[in-house]
Design a protein around this ligand. Structure first.
Ligand code: BES
Ligand code: MN
Ligand code: ZN
Length: 507
């Protein structure tokens, strides 16, 4: 996807297959719509009296308007002007992209990014425009016998019409949005790939490929022997139940500090890298504590935390952000063979703490805890783990918010803020010490489950026991990483939140 800016002021003279203009429900035309309306002797105001109200997400296509060079003018509903904000803007760009996709348009022009929304900058709006358009044109066809070329969105180029004074800020936003779009799309495809293709080995190869593509990312992929040498007994206990060998992926991103901000960034670099840890269970059968069959296929999405780390690294490297970020991915399958974990088994984690496995389906925490211990060696400024960790989090928050757990208010606030800005929100959940009592075991330092009540919280409590050496936050993305039902598929969340968090760090 190619994005560009156009600072031409005579909108009605722009030659393009489709030109998007915004309409508010209060009968207010955006400045661009007003220009087109005048040029076409009132064509827009005429349809607003009858078939188009401007409701958010609605569209209407007008063709061959007299006095307008564009072949189509796409009226895009923006909702009530008073409610207009960055997110409404993003969904309007998506609605426009959807029109272009159905019409098989290859090049289109949008004026929507030029409409000022309260509390946003031209950069924000352009970033939103680019990332929501690339999200709209995402298409998965990796595993169809004969991919249908007609089903692939043809849209290749979008230019944004903006005021000359906004063009530099818009270019920056487009660059960020395009990089974010690529990161999200990578995360979505990794999530959507089936478990027999997207194995731990495949994720390791994907990381190595990223390292070859970008010199700013150094990648090391550890195998079973090397994982054992580190003493990761908890992680290995899960991987043993499968024929697929595990991998421990270490990615190290180092961005060049720009000359001006060098001093400021140097201070931050000394504070240590941000470490992102992603759960990489490429298929979760539950193990001996086996899951019900009905929607078990969706457990191929149990590596979406890992996918979000890989996608974020792609976007980071593409943007060449300053600073240092480490990505850690423990990845294996949770299956059932003669060596699989059994309820009652006790394993020793890399931290030395022992764990009684009362339920083999609570495997995510068993692989993450060793990665959290490994993270200590980077003396991180903050560690964020991202995991499709609990069904309980889906019950609590559904598909709207990811669950955020942290004892560090400042870190939590900055993650919540980034999520809001990126339209990829999280909701803070509790982490009181009192919940820790539920993890008591009679035979080990802790049990791997805490019973029915507050299942998402006790999972976070378990992880907190391995994250004492640094500032830490945990994101439970079980409800937000993918959608089920007829629109089954990965969302790429929380790549937008994570990239925004990192952008804010370096701003
Ligand atoms: N990967 C699942 C969590 C999950 C379940 C995500 C359903 C999305 C939808 C995780 O490994 C798991 O099985 N967790 C158990 C924990 C329980 C045994 C304490 C769960 O949530 O049921
Ligand atoms: Mn499980
Ligand atoms: Zn799982």
């Amino acid at each position: 996807m190619e994005f560009s800016t156009n600072t031409s002021v005579s909108i009605h003279q722009v030659k393009t297959a489709a030109l998007a203009v915004g309409i508010f429900t209060d009968g207010v035309l955006s400045p661009a719509a007003d220009v087109i309306d005048r040029a076409s002797s009132g064509a827009i105001r005429a349809v607003m009296k009858t078939e188009f109200t401007g409701a958010a997400n609605s569209t209407l296509v007008l063709r061959n308007l007299d006095g307008v060079a564009a072949l189509r003018v796409v009226l895009v509903g923006l909702g009530k002007q008073a409610n207009y904000g960055a997110r409404v803007h993003a969904s309007a760009e998506k609605a426009f992209a959807a029109v272009c996709i159905t019409a098989r348009i290859t090049e289109a022009t949008s004026t929507l990014a030029a409409i000022a929304c309260p509390g946003t900058t031209a950069t924000d709006r352009a970033r939103d425009a680019a990332s929501s358009v690339s999200d709209a044109i995402y298409h998965y066809d990796a595993t169809f016998g004969k991919p249908n070329p007609d089903a692939r969105p043809k849209l290749k180029k979008i230019s944004l019409l903006v005021a000359r004074s906004d063009s530099a800020a818009t270019e920056l936003g487009l660059k960020q949005g395009a990089a974010l779009g690529e990161g999200v799309s990578m995360a979505r495809t990794l999530g959507n790939l089936p478990g027999n293709i997207c194995t731990p080995t495949y994720l390791g190869e994907t990381a190595k490929k990223l390292g070859r593509e970008f010199r700013s990312i150094k990648v090391t992929v550890l195998d079973t022997k090397q994982i054992a040498a580190l003493g990761m007994g908890s992680f290995l206990s899960v991987s043993k139940g499968s024929d697929q060998p595990p991998r421990f992926i270490v990615m190290h991103y180092k961005g060049k500090a720009p000359a001006k901000a060098a001093a400021k960034t140097a201070a931050k670099t000394q504070a240590g890298p941000v470490v992102l840890v992603g759960k990489g269970i490429t298929f979760d059968s539950g193990g001996v504590s086996i899951k019900p069959a009905a929607t078990m296929d969706e457990m191929k999405f149990d590596m979406c935390g890992a996918a979000s780390v890989l996608g974020t690294f792609r976007a980071l490297a593409e943007l060449g952000l300053p600073g240092e970020v480490v990505g850690l991915i423990p990845t294996c399958e949770n299956l059932i063979n003669g060596s699989a974990n059994k309820p009652g088994d006790v394993v020793r984690s890399m931290s030395g703490q022992t764990i009684e496995i009362l339920n083999t389906d609570a495997e995510g925490r068993l692989i993450l805890c060793d990665a959290l211990t490994y993270a200590e060696r980077f003396k991180p400024s903050a560690v964020i783990d991202i995991a499709t960790l609990t069904g309980a989090c889906v019950v609590a928050l559904g598909g709207v918010n990811s669950g955020l757990f942290s004892k560090d208010d400042e870190l939590a606030e900055s993650i919540l803020k980034a999520g809001k800005q990126a339209g990829d929100p999280a909701w803070r959940m509790p982490l009181d010490d009192d919940y820790q009592l539920q993890l008591k075991s009679n035979f080990a330092d802790m049990a791997n489950i805490g019973g029915q009540p507050a299942g998402a919280v006790t999972a976070a409590c378990f992880l907190s026991r391995f994250a004492k050496a640094y500032r830490w936050a945990h994101l439970d993305i079980a409800g937000t990483a993918w959608k089920g039902g007829a629109i089954k598929g990965s969302t790429g969340r929380p790549v937008p939140m994570l990239l925004q968090f990192l952008l804010n760090q370096t701003a």
